[in-house]
Each structure stands twice: as structure tokens, then as C-alpha cells.
Design a protein around this ligand. Sequence first.
Ligand code: ATP
Length: 296
Amino acid sequence: MRLRALAPAKVNLCLFVGGPRGDQRHELVTLLESISLADELELSTGSGETAEDEVSCPGVGGPNLVSSVLAGLRERGWRAPPVKVDVLKRIPVAGGMGGGSADAAAALRLAAELDPLPADAAGELAASLGADVPSQLSPGAVIGTGAGEIVEGTAPLAPHAFLILPQRFGLSTADVYAEADRIDSTRAREELVRRRAALSRALAGGEPLPAALLVNDLEPAAFSLRPEIGEALEAAREAGCDHAMVCGSGPTVIGLYWGEDAERRAAQASHTLRPRFPKAAGAVPVTAGFGLPLVA
Ligand code: ATP
């Protein structure tokens, strides 16, 4: 049996970051959106080649989050026969687009299709693998609070699309948060509460979000570690986007386009910039159906 699922990347349209909590994770308020740039997972059983679960993920070294999902499910009593999961990476690795979390969430969706997951296993395992994983279980747009693990749905946003400018280098999320602490670019708790309220008000209006909310508090830290990011931000602006920003912990840069012709404008910008940024791509928001498993 073979099943496939897409694992969409996420962008943070806003990312307000507070100080570290008791568990050393940072408190945050973020608007996360799944997009059409996606990894592809294929799960197969019955090859008879292996008595153990196996994960192949070319381009990613070290322990893989998809292997952690399978191991975590087995520990919790998941009884499917041994599986092989092949991951085709399209999301930039260590790019701030939540690729590992997206793969973990897609692996959970595939696993549930094969054999029902033990009660509560998906949510509990997702939260234990990373603050971003729960929000990726069902792709779409959500507001994340806590350390990102508390997620709630949001009203539809005004039509928009993205230009994605992956870099030739990656950044460790932990290093970027440490740099944000070092340069003191985090916010007081009351300020996070105010931003959360302002975000809800803006979303209720259904209009393009104001620039005051399109803010990534990790951008100064990412920029401090890799000043080259400035060139990509400048390139996105020159390509006519309405707003350019670093995505999550970076270093990927996104250009945001609002309006009915946003997808066309973003695609055109990606073509224009490809000689300088070979992996430049256009992307659009996606909803839960995009990540559903299908028989391969
Ligand atoms: P964040 O979720 O913090 O935005 P990111 O998008 O910057 O993370 P990822 O691409 O998710 O970064 O990967 C960070 C690290 O996780 C990689 O350097 C890699 O070592 C490890 N990793 C484990 N599994 C995966 C996977 N399936 N895809 C990508 N990276 C993985």
C-alpha cells in the first residue's frame, strides 16, 4: 500500500516575541499561514524488505522528525505493519519555514490513515516534537500563542500571495532566539497582549493587514547573524511586493502581495529574481484539504 501527503511550509505574517518562559521557550503571538510550497511524503508498506520503520529524506542530515513521529507512535501503541517513508524536500532546510514540523505533521496524518492512532496520541506527540507541529496538523491560517502551541483559527484574510526567496545558507532557530535575547529585541508581556488584540481587530475587518502588524521580532536577530539577508529584502522590495520580511527565524525572505492579482504579481517577481535567487518561487495560501493523504 502506498499513500502520499503534502507537507506545506508555513509563513509568519506577524511574529511578536516576548521573553523566555520557565521552560526556556519564548512567549509569542503569531499569525501563521500554510502555503503551497510543500514537501511531499510517501508512505509505503508491504515491501517485505525491512522489519523496522525506515525514513529516507535526502538533503537532511541527522535525526529526522519523521523518524521521531514513527518511534513516538510505536511507543504509544500504534500497530501498523513496518512502514517506509520517503520525504521529498522542497521547503528550504533551516529556513524558518517550519519544514521539519510540516513533515512531522504530515507523517501523523499519513499514519492515522493507515491505522487509527491511539486516543490523544497525535496532539500529544505533536506538541512534544516542537511548538510548531500542532499548528501544522491541519494546514491553514491560525493565530498561535503560548510558545506557538496554542492555536486558534482565524477569519479569512484578504486575497494575497507570496514571493519566497530561499537563501543559500540556513539559520538555527535556537541561535536566532539567543541572538534576539542578546540584542534585547523581545517585548514585554503587556505589549504581546496589546498586539494580540490589535491582530484580532485587524483580521475581523477582512482588509489587508496594516504594516504595523506585519512585523517579525526575530528579523533584527536574523539580520544581525547574517547581514546578507538585507540584499534579499531589498530585492523583494524592488520586485514590487507590498511588504518584505524575514520568515520566522529566517533566513528565508518573503514578499507579500495583496489583491486579486497577487498570485500573478508574485509569480512574475519570482521569474524576475531567479537569476539572483535560483530557488525563488511564488506561493499562495492553502487550507486543510491540501495536506490530506491520498492513495499513491
Ligand atoms: P522552524 O520550525 O523553527 O521554523 P526551520 O524551518 O528553520 O525550523 P527546519 O527545516 O524545520 O528548520 O529544520 C531545522 C533542523 O531540523 C534541520 O537543520 C535538521 O537538522 C532537523 N530536521 C529534522 N527533521 C527534518 C525534516 N524532516 N526536514 C527538515 N529538517 C529536519
